[in-house]
Design a protein around this ligand. Structure first.
Ligand SMILES: [Zn+2]
Length: 215
């Protein structure tokens, strides 16, 4: 019986080995990429992006937020780490105001239970929340929350301004610092459409120079 309990309680693999799906992805850059040395790159499927846009646009007055669910992966060829976001979980039991969303203890317990029940092979790879009209940055409270609850070096914070249609990821740097101003883009993974579905206007798609030369 004790063996069985251990099997039921088995944690998802810490890091999954899988090549970066670069062929099916479009890289989106922020204007801050040169200031950043991310510990992990971010891959975001179009299906998860669409859910995130729907939730973040649902309230243009108050902040909303939730968890990013997925896998931590390592590319066996380059040994680069990346996170692959597979779904989002809107948070319950938050205390929302115009300038802050608070993840209470109940929020975190609920999110962890949901992941265990619905996404047994996945983990919380980060969190997202909105800053309606305020822009993309981490407040001092956001930074405190990220340090206390999302301090694994691959966990990320996505901030969305749904009013201005902007978004960006805050990631732990190679020196284990968190930059609250400079955010990074991500790789849009095409699981729905060959055409891009990204509508955040503060990011720009990376031009494939090899393709340009062929054209
Ligand atoms: Zn915030």
């Amino acid at each position: 019986m004790s063996t069985r309990i251990k099997i039921i309680g088995i944690a998802p693999p810490t890091i999954v080995e899988a090549p970066m799906p670069l062929d099916d992805s479009l890289r989106w850059n922020s204007t801050h990429e040169n200031n950043l040395a991310p510990r992990a790159h971010v891959f975001l499927p179009q299906s998860a992006y669409a859910k995130c846009v729907t939730h973040t646009k649902s309230d243009l007055e108050n902040e909303v937020g939730g968890a990013l669910i997925g896998q931590v992966r390592i590319d066996p060829n380059t040994e680069r780490q990346y996170i692959f976001i597979q779904d989002i979980l809107p948070a319950l039991y938050t205390k929302a105001g115009q300038t802050h969303v608070t993840f209470t203890q109940d929020t975190l317990v609920h999110l962890n239970n949901e992941v265990e029940d619905r996404f047994p092979r996945q983990r919380i790879v980060g969190w997202y929340h909105t800053h309606p009209r305020l822009g993309v940055f981490l407040s001092s409270y956001d930074t405190w929350l990220h340090h206390h609850f999302f301090n694994d070096c691959t966990q990320v914070a996505l901030v969305v301004d749904p009013y201005h249609e902007q978004g960006g990821f805050f990631v732990w740097q190679n020196d284990c610092e968190l930059d609250p101003i400079h955010y990074t883009g991500f790789y849009e993974w095409s699981d729905v459409s060959d055409d891009s579905v990204i509508e955040w206007n503060n990011l720009t798609p990376q031009v494939d120079e090899a393709a340009l030369e062929l054209a």
